[in-house]
Design a protein around this ligand. Structure first.
Ligand code: SF4
Length: 357
């Protein structure tokens, strides 16, 4: 073979080697990409499984509420700070059930659950090695039950779960009025701590129009009494409850009420109206003009500016526009205000939204 042909062959072999090398490098790179993708997919699958599992757990939790296990009727609705508490149903629905904006229990006939059924539920949770520290008695206004019955339930809770440090529940002002100071004290001694009161507004005419079961004066007295008995008062309020054009007025008056009564928590479930609510009929007939979400946010801003309760924990929800603001007074006031201001600016650019479904 002459030198020229040898050189050509060497060059050909060299080129072939380079190409093979390149192919190997590209293949390895591709393998890495594929492996990475597989890893990602696996991770995604795991995450998805966790989410699905979570959903399943929720389903299971819902499931365990029926079929001979925990029996729950109605919509679970409680303050966010009670979400970690063990929800023990003691009644179905709300014994008052007349607030114009509320549809939570309208379809349910109020009734108290038999003590045997409540005990069965406690047994069930104990059997699952449950060790709750906080218990929330459901439903709408559990504090409205007769003191004797409440004491019986509280005794059972203590027997099954001696580690429980507090038993909390929703209450109306009337529920408190119906109990003597001695009864309130006994209930506190038996473990009742937080009472969540539907204050809603600081405007007397709004309370009347919405068919709340209290006047402001009655609320002042009732709150004073439960506090003297040692209980902790928490307030549910509702921006938008006074209707269009009255947001600022409602914020100022509600803040005035809260500044005097000094709740531990304020939960603002900004008005979110269902078409089944009696108030919706008023809207249809033109008797009530709803405020839009922009006005509700502006009302909330005004409320946050006027609240003067040190240590107060605030949690405000505008579910319709998926906005939530929370914090503790006074240290988080500015941060909360900035967040609400941002939401206001954002909503100014949108078309008016009404929280009605
Ligand atoms: S007291 Fe509470 S649960 Fe009962 S109707 Fe009024 S808002 Fe609804």
């Amino acid at each position: 073979m002459d030198r020229h042909v040898m050189k050509k062959k060497k060059f050909y072999l060299y080129k072939k080697g380079v190409v093979l090398c390149l192919i190997t490098i590209i293949q390895r790179k591709c393998d890495k990409i594929v492996m990475k993708k597989q890893e990602n997919d696996e991770q995604m699958e795991k995450k998805f499984a966790i989410v699905k599992n979570g959903a399943k757990m929720e389903e299971k939790a819902k499931d365990t509420m029926g079929g001979g296990r925990m029996q729950y009727e109605g919509q679970i609705c409680r303050a966010p700070m009670e979400r970690g508490s063990y929800m023990l149903p003691v009644a179905v629905g709300c014994s008052y059930n007349a607030c114009k904006f509320c549809t939570l229990f309208k379809h349910l006939q109020y009734r108290e659950l038999p003590i045997a059924q409540i005990e069965e539920e406690l047994q069930r949770v104990k059997g699952l090695n449950g060790r709750p520290r906080r218990v929330f008695l459901g439903d709408g206004n559990a504090f409205g039950m007769k003191t004797e019955r409440l004491l019986k339930i509280l005794k059972l809770v203590r027997e099954y779960f001696p580690d429980v440090t507090e038993v909390n529940m929703d209450a109306t002002v009337t529920n408190i009025q119906e109990k003597s100071d001695v009864e309130l004290k006994k209930l506190w001694e038996a473990g009742v701590r937080h009472l969540y009161l539907g204050i809603e507004s600081g405007l007397p005419d709004v309370l009347e129009w919405m068919h709340k079961d209290h006047t402001l004066e009655e609320a002042y007295t009732a709150i004073d009494r439960i506090k003297r008995a040692g209980m902790i008062y928490d307030a549910h309020i509702m921006t938008g409850v006074a209707g269009r054009g009255r947001g600022t007025e409602n914020a100022e008056k509600t803040a005035e009420f809260l500044n005097v009564t000094r709740p531990r928590h304020v939960i603002n479930f900004s008005m979110f109206l269902h078409q089944e609510a009696p108030l919706y009929r008023d809207i249809e007939q033109g008797n009530f003009l709803p405020a839009d979400e922009l006005e509700n946010l502006m009302e909330e801003k005004c409320l946050l500016e006027h609240l003067q309760v040190n240590g107060l924990k605030y949690d405000g929800f505008h579910d319709f526009v998926q906005f939530r603001v929370r914090g503790t007074f006074p240290e988080d006031r500015e941060k909360m205000l900035r967040k609400v201001e941002e939401a206001i600016e954002k909503n100014k650019k949108e078309r008016p939204v009404f929280a009605v479904i």
